[in-house]
Design a protein around this ligand. Structure first.
Ligand SMILES: Cc1cc2nc3c(=O)[nH]c(=O)nc-3n(C[C@H](O)[C@H](O)[C@H](O)COP(=O)(O)OP(=O)(O)OC[C@H]3O[C@@H](n4cnc5c(N)ncnc54)[C@H](O)[C@@H]3O)c2cc1C
Length: 338
């Protein structure tokens, strides 16, 4: 039996696993995909994420960076065409390489890393059984970090309100757009998306994406966004190299953070954590860290979970403040101010 079994080797899972191993626990980290795996993401690592990673994993290696290596912040254009420039330096990384680096560091710290798809978990009085396709494992505590589509949460818990997520669709193109390459650009004009539309640059690719509630409309909105970039920012698209579909939570004022139940903790996207404009790596890292920290605090799972919930209060309050801030500059998100 493991002390801690972590499901999902994204930022939340790698942080939770490494911190648990550092505390001397016997840890199994599973991911359904062979690593390095792809994860649809813009790969902007804000300063808070950089600090947490560098404090726990060491200096982020150059091979994980895409060009331009430094992201200088976000330029947001609201529904009225008003532009806001938020400058704060972070990194521009490739998620497959970055997450792989985190997983290898966790392994170095003593974590057992395995490719395996967890199906569900069953809690007993003194342990949790995690079911895989042909076998099962037992652990004192499970930290589910299996992302926004968490199977573990779906198959185990009476769970929270992730019934209406935002579907993201982005294309990696060759070409040029006259927008600053070292900023992430977000557009809230409702003609361009049902959530936000964005532009960023990674190595030789220009990336254009849209968030929608109705997946059948993602290409319609995407082509409107391309036309908008052509008209307003001299976009020239030479070729489309790759398309990606992803998912983020649709955070609303009613949406609840869910940190788990009994011996099964949730962290990262699984816990419904997400900051405005789809920034989720910082809360994934913070919650993975605090989940592992809480396990150390007691022998009693109930106390551990309470400690985890208490220690997350500051991060959750910060997340809510950020959504309210967005509400102050965008009509689409004004509901956060009510
Ligand atoms: C288009 C897009 C752009 C984004 N851009 C940014 C950005 O620039 N910056 C930012 O901070 N955030 C961004 N985000 C959000 C960010 O990607 C997530 O918030 C972050 O990845 C959450 O980390 P996590 O560890 O909780 O989950 P994930 O990174 O999703 O990791 C979950 C892991 O669990 C594994 N898994 C899933 N199911 C199982 C299972 N049953 N068994 C075993 N393993 C399983 C998956 O393979 C995956 O490796 C973006 C999201 C999208 C969709």
């Amino acid at each position: 039996m493991y002390d801690v079994l972590v499901i999902g080797a994204g930022p939340a899972g790698c942080m939770a696993a490494k911190k648990s191993a550092d505390a001397g626990y016997d840890v199994l980290l599973v991911d359904k995909m062979d690593l390095p795996r792809e994860k649809s993401c813009s790969g902007i690592l804000i300063q808070k994420s950089v600090q947490m990673v560098e404090a726990e994993f060491g200096k982020i290696p150059e091979m994980t960076f895409s060009h331009p290596q430094i992201n200088r912040g976000i330029i947001l254009t609201n529904e009225d065409g008003k532009t806001f420039r938020f400058e704060s330096e972070g990194y521009n990384i490739w998620r497959n390489l970055f997450d792989h680096y985190l997983a290898l560091k966790a392994e170095e710290a003593g974590v057992e890393l395995r490719t395996a798809r967890a199906i569900s978990c069953r809690e007993k009085e003194d342990r949790v059984t995690v079911n895989f396709k042909d076998w099962e494992e037992e652990a004192q505590v499970v930290i589910a970090c299996d992302g926004a589509r968490s199977t573990i949460k779906k198959n185990n818990m009476v769970t929270s309100n992730n019934t209406n997520p935002i579907i993201t669709y982005q294309t990696f193109c060759r070409g040029n757009v006259d927008l600053e390459a070292d900023f992430f650009h977000a557009f809230l004009n409702p003609e361009l998306s049902q959530y936000d539309a964005w532009f960023n640059v990674k190595d030789e690719y220009i990336i254009m994406g849209v968030g929608v509630q109705d997946p059948s409309l993602m290409k319609t909105y995407h082509s409107r966004f391309l036309s908008f970039l052509k008209t307003n920012h001299n976009a020239r698209i030479d070729s489309i190299v790759k398309e990606e579909v992803g998912i983020i939570h649709h955070i609303t004022p009613e949406f609840q953070v869910d940190l788990g139940k009994g011996r099964v903790f949730f962290a990262g996207d699984t816990a419904n954590l997400l900051n405005p404009l789809g920034e989720g790596i910082s809360s994934a890292l913070a919650s993975g860290y605090l989940a592992a920290h809480a396990i150390k605090s007691s022998d009693n799972p109930k106390d551990m979970l309470n400690t985890y919930k208490k220690s997350m209060e500051k991060d959750i309050a910060y997340m809510i403040r950020q959504w309210k801030f967005l509400g102050g500059i965008s009509t689409r998100f004004r509901c956060f101010l009510d």
